[in-house]
Design a protein around this ligand. Structure first.
Ligand SMILES: Cc1ncc(COP(=O)(O)O)c(C=O)c1O
Length: 348
């Protein structure tokens, strides 16, 4: 080989990439309680819609704005289609908000600890990050977030990995006082008792992001969407890839969203198992944070969370361990089916 190996941009060379949770390889059998997937299958209508797809729909480029999906999402949420934008997973929605609203040298603020993709997106864009610790009992540190002078605040609600929820009134109070874009990442909201979607009708700076990965059992599909004022959606659409969502995922996501009855049944089952598992873990000496999501963050009795993670893995059960200050005595456990949760409890 001759010539020189090109160096990436300095910001990329120095950054650490996002670390996804472990995904077992083909043939490896684990009870997977580590990446917050839904334990129940997607709506049967999803597979029907995929099978019914004509080869012609794959030969052609897909609709660039996912208009069919937008119409259905608009109806389900009671907003206009120009307030919806589809993405390749909600991760892409977060990336679009960054690209459209936050530039090099600007500040992105978020309550910490939270979803570890936020700083990665910021580093890529040469955006400064200000991490604001959560208030007492995981309350929203609204004033401290505003005081950062951020162009954008990202805020997972329910939060990951705590599973805690902030009510819409407090989010509205923050949105009203904040001059930048407030992204409310509602990846887990289907399992929660309240959501902030109504805010988009009266708060011109709020973006809600939603996903099919959790509540609709479609993490493998890669489909998410934003709901926001039309002017925000227009700016985000300018920075997206021309055909960011494929014909297959649009069709499947639309079918899933139309089958609200199926989805809601699964959300209720997850909530019931969440409460049972939290109580059972409490009985075994874990300190469990009350969760509004499809996972629990629990302090391990004795504090050796790394050892518990390793022992459960040896028993064929994957949970999530974060080797980070403030989290390294805890494990995050995704709510499984009743049988999976029983297997976890038996192993403990
Ligand atoms: C808080 C939060 N937001 C967004 C996502 C990404 O979801 P998606 O699969 O839609 O990209 C996750 C995934 O785990 C998450 O935990």
């Amino acid at each position: 080989m001759s010539g020189t190996t090109p160096r990436p941009r300095p910001a990329i060379e120095s950054m650490t990439a996002y670390t996804p949770g472990e995904q077992p390889g083909p043939g490896e059998r684990f009870i997977k309680l580590n990446t917050n997937e839904n334990p129940y299958p997607p709506s049967p209508r999803v597979m029907e819609a995929i099978r019914a797809l004509d080869g012609e729909a794959l030969r052609r480029y897909p609709n660039p704005m996912a208009d069919g999906f937008r119409a259905v999402a608009a109806r389900v949420h009671g907003v206009s289609p120009d307030m919806i934008l589809a993405g390749n997973g909600s991760d892409e929605i977060l990336a679009m908000v960054m690209r459209a609203f936050v530039g090099p040298g600007d500040v992105l603020a978020y309550p910490h600890p939270t979803y570890s993709l936020y700083p990665v997106l910021a580093e890529m864009a040469e955006v400064k990050v200000v991490e604001v610790p959560w208030g007492p009992a995981w309350s929203l540190p609204a004033q401290a977030l505003i005081d950062t002078g951020a162009r954008a605040i990202f805020f997972a609600n329910p939060n990951a990995p705590s599973g805690t929820l902030v009510g819409p009134d407090q989010v509205r109070a923050l949105a009203d006082r904040f001059r930048g874009v407030l992204l409310v990442d509602e990846a887990y909201v289907d399992f929660a008792e309240s959501d902030c979607l109504a805010l988009v009708k009266s708060c011109p700076n709020v973006v809600i992001s939603r996903t099919f990965s959790k509540g609709y059992s479609l993490a493998g599909l890669r489909f998410g969407y934003a709901v926001a004022a039309p002017s925000i959606i227009e700016a985000m659409a300018k920075v997206k890839d021309s055909y960011n969502c494929d014909a297959l995922s649009m069709t499947a996501a639309t079918a899933a969203l139309e089958d609200q009855a199926h989805a809601r049944g699964g959300w209720q089952a997850v909530r019931e198992e969440r409460e049972r598992l939290a109580a059972e873990l409490g009985r075994r000496g874990f300190a469990v944070i009350p969760s509004q999501a499809n996972f629990l963050l629990a302090t391990v009795p004795g504090g050796d969370a790394a050892a518990l993670y390793a022992k459960l893995k040896a028993h064929g059960i994957l949970i999530r361990y974060f080797a980070k200050p403030g989290l390294d005595d805890k494990v995050r456990i995704t709510i499984g089916t009743r049988e999976q949760n029983d297997a976890l409890l038996a192993a403990l």
